[in-house]
Design a protein around this ligand. Structure first.
Ligand code: PMV
Length: 314
């Protein structure tokens, strides 16, 4: 944990979970996304040359005008940091970022890192209030593009705004207002899995069985619309039941695992309204919709099984 001292500027950002709709979203379905927890914190201070510390790792950039002209062989973090500084017209800064959520398990840690850093750098560059969201998100996207090619932007939007969003590939991100704040639990149930490989796996199955996969995608599309309606009328039991349907369909898509199924079953047995894998699957995290009463029971069940978990209100 890093602690503040005088003269430093700070940024924070949330993690994210996909409440419903992953994988189908690749084929045009909507998804509902929640910003959860504090996933990343960044601090920056002016320095003679730009440097970035990420946990144990530190990269340095050449000073001033040369920092953006890094060779292609330079570490990705250095190229990403140079892109982010340039996007914000920032001076050379020494930055330090810490993650509070595990990376690579579908909780948006990488976008949160980028947004927390962009927020702190924007403050140092005296960006001002007007247009801040667009500026910070564009800088975070410049960072993300170095690692992930063309990121959809949904993780960065959730990291910046928190709250609840409706996302489609065609239309981007739109805020959604639940009738009541949603209480969710998140548990990391399996090792990190490559989202790209999971997406390719679904595409491969679709080549062999187009009708079966398209039927599943259509069912997920219908249930995401129903989930939006349940959320806006504050009907948690209905929303939870839709998450359980979504889990069954994700399992039919071939992206669930026995570990994910077990973590989902534990949450349901402990009284969650609903639970499912979140993100690419093949490992990674599950999300459960909780009530005041079930929250501690669900977290205790996951902890007894040795899973990293936390609860959040959105
Ligand atoms: O694993 P995550 O949290 O990055 O989520 C991936 C969501 C997918 O729908 C599986 C892929 C995508 O690009 O939308």
């Amino acid at each position: 944990m890093i602690s503040p001292s005088a003269g430093e500027l700070w940024g924070e950002a949330r993690g994210k979970v996909i409440l419903v709709g992953e994988h189908a979203v690749v084929y045009g379905a909507p998804a509902i996304v929640l910003g959860v927890g504090t996933a990343a914190r960044a601090r920056v201070r002016p320095a003679p040359e730009a440097r970035l510390r990420l946990g144990e790792r530190e990269v340095a950039l050449a000073a001033g005008a040369h920092r953006g002209k890094l060779p292609l062989g330079a570490p990705e973090e250095a190229r990403a940091y140079a892109a982010l500084l340039d996007a914000l017209g920032a001076p050379d800064l020494h930055a330090e970022v810490t993650l509070a959520l595990p990376a690579g398990v579908g909780l948006g840690a990488s976008a949160a890192l980028a947004v927390a850093l962009a927020r702190a750098v924007d403050a140092a560059a005296r960006g001002g209030d007007e247009g801040r969201a667009a500026r910070v998100l564009a800088a975070a996207q410049a960072w993300e593009n170095v690692f992930h090619g063309n990121a959809s932007g949904v993780d960065a939007a959730a990291a910046y705004h928190g709250g609840c969003s409706w996302f489609t590939r065609a239309g981007g991100v739109e805020p959604l207002v639940p009738a009541r704040p949603l209480r969710v639990g998140v548990a990391v149930a399996g090792p990190a899995a490559s989202t790209r490989r999971m997406v390719e796996g679904v595409a491969e199955r679709r080549r062999h069985e187009p009708e079966r996969i398209d039927t599943i995608v259509a069912s997920i599309t219908t249930l995401v619309h129903a989930a939006r309606a349940a959320l806006t009328r504050g009907d948690e039991p209905a929303l939870g039941a839709l998450m359980v349907d979504n889990q069954r369909l994700l399992s039919e898509l071939g992206v669930s695992t026995p570990e994910l199924e077990r973590a989902v079953a534990m949450a349901l047995d402990a009284g969650a309204f609903g639970a499912k894998l979140t993100g690419g699957g093949g490992g990674g995290a599950v999300v459960a919709l909780l009530s005041d009463e079930s929250e501690q029971r669900v977290l205790a069940a996951w902890r007894r099984a040795g899973l990293f978990c936390f609860a959040a209100m959105t």
